[in-house]
Ligand binder design. Structure first.
Ligand code: AMP
Ligand code: MN
Ligand code: MN
Ligand code: MN
Length: 286
């Protein structure tokens, strides 16, 4: 059932994972807040990739429109040879340690993007770096999504999902491997900034049970406190699976749409199944 993820006490609708033009979303922070209000979301976390520069604009708009912003970030992490995302919620965006860590994580993106452009040129797609660069409003944050949008706009592939499948995931011609922050560093930066570290969309990681258990164990040991149980990345079957992981590892549960853009095939802001009753929501006590 697709409804909303709300608090049981007063049915406030939460969406704790979203992107703006500060990373790979297409709405400005203000436009995102306007859309969240229209969708009935009352508490919205802005969680741009490796970047918090959109949070202040979102907070100003949210104050005007009467909703709450949770200051957040989604940190790219290399763990055991894979990329994993760690969301930080309720972070102090002015914290120097967090700021420096995010800047370090962003700094490799330009070179990675150039290498992606070269890799795509080799398979007959010229100008992809320049195309992605032009589409990225934040030049420190060129992501695979910007490449994907360029490839769709140029007619190489029909939609975003197919671009990733054909070109941008491990083993495909436009993929280049990259070293992100460590899991431990990402969690440490979030905690130092007073935030809660959330393991993002675990159902997307395509690992066996043993590897997934190791990820949860390492995340917990590093100081991680929550996991996304309800996310657009999870099928209805996966929600109870990750609710059980949350209980097993003593983690709270978060919910977020991971909204990036209207009409790109992703989930709408605030449109999510309800949080399983067994879970302790990440917002409880706040
Ligand atoms: P990057 O951080 O540059 O590696 O880009 C990762 C982003 O690409 C994710 O945050 C998503 O927005 C997007 N992405 C990854 N896989 C897919 C997919 N299969 N379909 C659509 N978007 C994807
Ligand atoms: Mn993204
Ligand atoms: Mn993610
Ligand atoms: Mn995301």
């Amino acid at each position: 059932m697709i409804t909303s993820c709300f608090s049981r006490k007063n049915r406030v609708i939460f969406d704790l994972h979203s992107h703006s033009t500060a990373s790979d979303g297409v709405l400005s922070p203000r436009e995102l807040v306007v859309r969240a209000v229209a969708q009935g979301v009352q508490v919205l976390a802005l969680t741009d990739h490796d970047e918090t520069r959109g949070v202040v604009e979102a907070e100003v708009a949210a104050r005007e429109l009467g909703i709450d912003i949770v200051p957040g970030v989604e940190i790219s992490v290399s763990w055991s040879g894979r990329t994993v995302h760690i969301v930080g919620l309720y972070v102090d965006i002015s914290h120097a340690g967090l700021h420096a860590g995010l800047q370090a994580n962003r700094s490799g993106r330009g070179d990675r993007a150039r290498r992606m452009g070269e890799a795509l040129a080799k398979v007959g797609i010229p100008g992809a770096y320049e195309g992605a660069y032009t589409l990225a409003p934040n030049k420190e944050l060129i992501s695979r999504t910007h490449f994907a949008r360029f490839l769709v706009a140029k007619g190489y592939v029909k939609d975003l999902k197919s671009v990733f499948k054909k070109f941008l995931i491990k083993g495909k011609p436009g993929y280049v491997s990259h070293q992100w922050a460590s899991l431990e560093d990402a969690v440490r930066w979030i905690r130092a900034a007073g935030g809660i570290a959330v393991l993002a969309h675990p159902g997307r990681y395509n690992m066996g049970r043993g590897k997934m258990a190791a990820l949860f164990a390492d995340f917990k040991a590093a100081g991680g406190e929550a996991v996304e149980v309800v996310t657009a990345s999870h099928t209805p079957d996966q929600v109870p699976v990750y609710a059980r992981y949350a209980l097993e590892y003593g983690l709270r549960a978060s919910c977020g749409s991971d909204f990036h853009a209207p009409g790109e095939g992703g989930r709408e802001l605030g449109r999510m199944p309800p949080m399983p009753v067994a879970c302790e929501p990440v917002w409880s006590g706040r």
